[in-house]
Design a binder for this molecule. Sequence first.
Ligand code: ATP
Length: 236
Amino acid sequence: MFLEIKDLHVKYGNVEALHGINLHVNEGEIVSVLGANGAGKSTTLMSISGLVKASGGSIVFDGMELSKMPAHKIVAAGVAQVPEGRRVFGTLTVHENLKLGSFTNRDLAHIKQTEEWIYQLFPVLAQRRSQLAGTLSGGEQQMLAIGRALMAKPRILLLDEPSLGLAPILVKAIFKTLQEINQSGLTVVLVEQNARAALRLAHRGYVLEVGRVVLEDSAENLLANPDVQNAYLGGG
Ligand code: ATP
């Protein structure tokens, strides 16, 4: 198994936010993680990328135990996260933001090639490569955040709510590009409130409720599941 999370517990202070999550991702898949606010989706992603530490359980990626590794080693191991709220560096240009994403990569030819690939995926970033990131629209900043994560040469890409605050047409464009990125061989884990769009894109999905996995199935079955329809798809 490419990524396997077993019995993951995470605490913030004395309060446990994840009560034993089990989740796996096969190589080449897009897996969506759904759930209401506070269900533990972001915490799950941040545990994988080492930004919060597990109080119990294991996270194994391609044979490596991540739960005790520092975040920068997890990036170097091939895991990149696109954080919620994008967090691009507003006073740096598009090109400079992308360059920062490649800090774990010493292969200059690969860096150049990846930057060109990102400009192909998101042509608007190519037009704006010398523009300050703070002047980009929300959608463009999301594209840049995805591009910056790709610069780390990941084998698995974790995205936290990439559709947040974006107009439907932009969500469509970004999700189409995520599909293209996946088809290029990258495994994708997608945390989303926009359950319908996420399940249309994904191969499989998980539903979290208050720190537990309550449902795991193919995306097709989740889309057809009446409970999922009522709770997350606006009644079908
Ligand atoms: P959202 O969509 O709102 O981000 P989520 O499903 O990603 O929701 P998490 O952000 O992972 O949920 O939150 C899980 C639980 O942990 C919630 O009860 C939340 O209040 C709590 N929590 C999250 N971050 C912190 C923190 N830094 N300190 C204390 N509690 C936190």
